[in-house]
Design a binder for this molecule. Structure first.
Ligand code: HEC
Ligand code: HEC
Length: 257
């Protein structure tokens, strides 16, 4: 065993040397001299800026060439600008520790920096950041699509809910672009909905419905947390039944005379 370990020492030293070389070369590559995009061409312009941000903020987990580090973080080759944009614009990335669960927080980067990182990750292929528009969308159609596909986890009023093994977040803050991105990615426990299942236009209708739910006046009657008809029925029992009994009693007292 100790002989094996000794034999490993030169290999480890070589690895260390290679690591140092990468550290020395990588910043230069950020300026457009080294390996960058999947095509082998050096990234230029926006993508080059994105690469510099990537080396500084993401490479410790995702690797210098975005090809992932085994046991730490996945390769980002082929996830596309779409996934980068979703994870960055919702503040899910960068993580502090690889063991953390990505959750929505305030984005760590400005929109311009996110655009640069998206462009860099996009050089490795994969879907672009989707273009979205609410033109021609239908609120009613969006509502029925949301009820059929999403409300099982996110709840009818999109306030979030428990799903087996986790929690589906409220959709209060998601933009139309993020809604389309999440649908295509299927982050964490959420299933992926491809364009055959839900077209871009159908997802836009869902986004319109979510925008409506967010701004609509409280539709839950007495604002009892939108938990639905069961507790509303209870409230009726607690409030209305004593009232009805009181009336009955008053009527009864009158006829007794
Ligand atoms: C501390 C480690 C860490 C850092 C730093 C980090 N990530 Fe991640 N990243 C992860 C892990 C772990 C996952 C897998 C998360 C999961 O699926 O639960 C991930 C997932 C992703 C995904 C989703 C990949 C997919 O398969 O859909 C994207 C996109 C991403 N990271 C982008 C970035 C970018 C861009 C940065 C830099 C701004 C960054 N990450 C910084 C650890 C990290
Ligand atoms: C099986 C349960 C499930 C279904 C069905 C589901 N989701 Fe999700 N959704 C989740 C979970 C869990 C997350 C959190 C993922 C994470 O944080 O990585 C999520 C996250 C999201 C987000 C990101 C929210 C944010 O603030 O960042 C959006 C947007 C979203 N879902 C929209 C939808 C839409 C639209 C549908 C229907 C087409 C849908 N979801 C169907 C479970 C589900």
């Amino acid at each position: 065993m100790s002989g094996h370990r000794l034999a490993m020492a030169p290999a480890a030293a070589a690895c260390l040397l290679a690591g140092v070389l990468v550290l020395l070369v990588a910043p230069g590559a950020g300026l457009g001299q080294g390996d960058g995009g999947g095509s082998g061409a050096a990234p230029t312009g926006l993508a080059a800026r994105g690469r510099a941000l990537f080396v500084a903020g993401c490479s410790s987990c995702h690797g210098y060439r975005a090809n992932g580090i085994h046991g730490v973080a996945p390769s980002l080759r082929g996830v596309g600008a779409l996934a980068a944009d979703f994870y960055l614009s919702t503040g899910r990335m960068p993580l502090d520790s690889p063991a953390d669960e990505p959750v929505r927080t305030k984005p760590a980067y400005t929109p311009a920096e996110i655009g640069a990182l998206d462009a860099y990750i996009g050089t490795f292929g994969g879907p672009p950041v989707p273009r979205t528009s609410l033109a021609g969308t239908s609120l009613a159609h969006g509502e029925s699509l949301f009820m059929a596909n999403c409300s099982g986890c996110h709840q009818a009023a999109a306030r979030g809910g428990i799903v087996p093994g986790g929690f589906a977040p409220a959709l209060d803050n998601a933009t139309t672009t993020q809604i389309l991105e999440a649908t295509r990615i299927g982050p964490y426990l959420m299933p992926r909905f491809g364009p055959r299942l839900l077209t871009d236009a159908q997802v836009a209708s869902i986004a319109r419905y979510l925008g409506y739910v967010r701004t609509a006046p409280d539709r839950g009657g007495w604002g009892i947390g939108h938990i639905g008809p069961v507790p509303e029925g209870m409230v009726v029992w607690f409030a209305a039944v004593p009232f009805v009994l009181l009336i009955a009693r008053l009527i009864g007292e009158r006829t007794e005379r």
